[in-house]
Ligand binder design. Structure first.
Ligand code: PGA
Length: 248
């Protein structure tokens, strides 16, 4: 039985003061079988931990560097995140792939590093609007997944959360259709099966991300192969996240 995961990705938003006021107005009724996660910027992780550590809500990071320590100015390692109580780390978000030039190979090293430190990677995959028009969606997503899982054992691969985030849907207000997202989720499971075997393909959790809000979220969650959502813009409003979680 795959556990539903509702994950908020704050991206580069909220100072510590702003994060503090978010959590002061964030109150939920715990639900069995649904994990709620916040991925704030690195600088907000300690204050997030302060507010969430006595609750069932989890916290994680938006990025990581694949080495444990050393001369990597400006980077943050997996042991540092683990020490701050992070349970999940987003790897290979399309904004990092596009703006910061992260390659599939670098993303694969990040996924491995996160797993080696007993945290769960949320591997983001997705196609641009152009690739979609050209019919290259499966080719792009397939290679992102194969590269990320290549060095992992089957047991490790089964733990990875894969977030399908079509780039054209992120922050655009135009989400994919639930049926369209399900079709890609089926393809993702098939790719995991070919790469890491049947068991891993049945255990891997798949999220949809891209303009998810309180109105459309439940349509995605109703799909057989979609196990949760990765939420950007809508995760910045406490009342929206409370609404989303209560509907999950
Ligand atoms: P969005 O972002 O919900 O604002 O579209 C999703 C994401 O990039 O993870």
């Amino acid at each position: 039985m795959r556990k539903t995961l509702i994950a908020g990705n704050w991206k580069m938003n909220f100072t510590v003061t702003e994060a503090e006021s978010f959590f002061k107005s964030f109150k939920i009724q715990k639900k069995e079988g649904v994990e709620l996660l916040f991925c704030p910027p690195f600088t907000d992780i300690p204050i997030t931990r302060f507010f969430l550590e006595r609750s069932s809500i989890l916290w994680g990071a938006q990025n990581v560097y694949p080495e444990d320590n050393g001369a990597f100015t400006g980077e943050i390692s997996a042991p540092m995140l683990k020490d701050l109580g992070c349970s999940y780390v987003i790897c290979g978000h399309s904004e990092r792939r596009q703006i910061l030039g992260e390659s599939d190979e670098l993303v694969a090293r990040k996924v491995k590093a996160v797993l080696s430190h007993d945290m769960i990677p949320i591997l983001c995959v997705g196609e641009t609007g152009e690739e979609r028009k050209e019919g290259q969606t499966e080719e792009r997503i397939g290679s992102e997944i194969r590269t990320a899982l290549f060095e992992l054992s089957k047991e490790e691969a089964a733990k990875v959360v894969i977030a399908y985030e079509p780039i054209w849907a992120i922050g655009s207000g135009k989400a994919a259709t639930p049926e369209g997202a399900e079709e890609i989720a089926v393809f993702i499971r098939k790719t995991v099966k070919e790469t890491a075997g049947k068991k891993a393909s049945e255990e891997v959790r798949i999220l949809y991300g891209g303009s998810v809000n309180g109105d459309n979220m439940s349509h995605f969650l109703k799909q057989k192969d979609i196990d949760g959502a990765l939420i950007g813009g809508a995760s910045l409003k406490p009342e929206t996240m409370i609404d989303i979680y209560s509907k999950a």
